[in-house]
Every structure is written in structure tokens, then in C-alpha cells.
Ligand binder design. Structure first.
Ligand SMILES: C[S@@+](CC[C@H](N)C(=O)[O-])C[C@H]1O[C@@H](n2cnc3c(N)ncnc32)[C@H](O)[C@@H]1O
Length: 190
């Protein structure tokens, strides 16, 4: 299970400014960010592919929060609902070319580091309200240019809200809004 780290705290600093009715976090890890959402939203859904994350978050981090639903599933594929806010601190590192750690889907997001994120974006249209927003964390180590091209085809608005320089990479939090056309989702398929 992914323990809260620098990227988690960076994201937490941003999401505390968002309030509303319904929020979704994809890839909850320990549930640290989900807990912050629970304080500011009426109801929060959290998903993770890792069953241990769901069990841990349910029994510790989110134990005292009644306004949440945690589901072990890939992305938001088990859901048929529209949210005001969808967030993800996804696995964003490019796969290790030597194959070491390749299996760790908590941190490695695919060959260029963006493959998971593209699938995430592809899954968004049926899950977001018309005026809803998406918050996404990404790393300079991944293929940001390619991601931006695809984002530009599918969203009207893209804003970089914050940037943080670490020793070997810089992290960005991006806010997306205004889906152009929900049928463009094939663009994101790998
Ligand atoms: C970088 S960690 C972030 C965890 C937590 N949100 C945080 O900020 O500390 C990415 C998380 O995404 C989860 N994940 C990976 N693939 C997934 C998928 N297909 N669907 C849902 N969650 C996934 C991992 O299990 C991991 O918990």
C-alpha cells in the first residue's frame, strides 16, 4: 500500500481549497487525501485497485467518516454517478527500463509514465458533472507534452495550479474542466 509521501502532501495542500457535494478519488492509497475530501464534501467515493488500501483506509484513516464509500475497482469503472470533483495522484513514474519495480502499480504509470493517467482521463466523461473539475498530479519525468496534446483535445480548460521542485523531478498539479466531447474518449486509448 502507498504510504502518504511528498506528492500526497503537495496534493493535500491544494484539495483543501475545494468544496462541494460529491467527490471521487481514484487511487486512494492510505486514504489520506480521501479524508481531506470527506471534510469538505457531502459524500466522497474512493477507489483503489489494491484491496489492502481499501481495508486499511476503511479501518484506520477513514474509520470515523460516515460520508464515504470505498470500492476496490480499477479507476471508476464500478460507478454510475456524476461528481463535482474528481482527483487522482496517480502512479506517474515511467516504468523502470530494467524492469525493476515494474510490477508496482502504485508508482509506475506505464512506459512513458502517462499511460495510467490517459486511461484515467478516458474514464472521466461519464463520471463528471458538466461544470465539474478534475485535479491531477503529474511529474516532469513523464511525457507531459504528449499528455498535454491529449488533454487539449478533450478539455476546454487546463490550469497548472502548483509546481514543486524536488531533487530529481518537479511535480505539477493540473486542474481540468469543460469536457469538449465525451465521444473523443477513444483518443486516450493506448
Ligand atoms: C501514487 S499512489 C497515491 C496514493 C494516495 N492517493 C496518495 O496520494 O498518497 C497511486 C495509487 O493508485 C492506485 N492504483 C493503481 N492502479 C489503479 C487502478 N487501475 N485503479 C485504481 N487505483 C489504482 C495504487 O494502488 C495506489 O494506491
Amino acid at each position: 500500500m502507498y504510504r502518504p509521501a511528498e506528492d500526497t502532501f503537495f496534493m493535500a495542500d491544494i484539495i483543501k481549497n475545494y468544496k462541494g457535494n460529491f467527490a471521487l478519488e481514484v487511487g486512494i492509497g492510505s486514504g489520506y487525501l480521501t479524508r481531506s475530501l470527506c471534510s469538505n464534501f457531502d459524500f466522497v467515493v474512493g477507489t483503489d485497485i489494491n484491496f489492502d488500501s481499501i481495508v486499511y483506509a476503511k479501518s484506520t484513516t477513514l474509520y470515523n467518516y460516515r460520508n464515504k464509500l470505498l470500492i476496490c475497482t480499477s479507476l471508476g469503472s464500478a460507478l454510475k454517478f456524476k461528481f463535482d470533483l474528481i482527483i487522482s495522484n496517480p502512479p506517474y513514474l515511467p516504468n523502470d527500463p530494467q524492469g525493476i519495480g515494474f510490477e508496482d502499480n502504485a508508482v509506475y504509470g506505464g512506459k512513458e509514465g502517462i499511460e495510467f493517467t490517459l486511461q484515467f482521463l478516458n474514464s472521466i466523461p461519464p463520471l463528471i458533472k458538466e461544470n465539474g473539475k478534475i485535479l491531477l498530479l503529474r511529474s516532469s519525468l513523464s511525457n507531459i507534452k504528449k499528455m498535454d496534446n491529449l488533454i487539449g483535445e478533450c478539455f476546454y480548460q487546463q490550469r497548472v495550479l502548483a509546481r514543486k521542485n524536488l531533487f530529481f523531478e518537479s511535480l505539477e498539479i493540473v486542474e481540468l474542466a469543460g469536457i469538449k466531447n465525451s465521444t473523443t474518449s477513444d483518443v486516450h486509448k493506448n
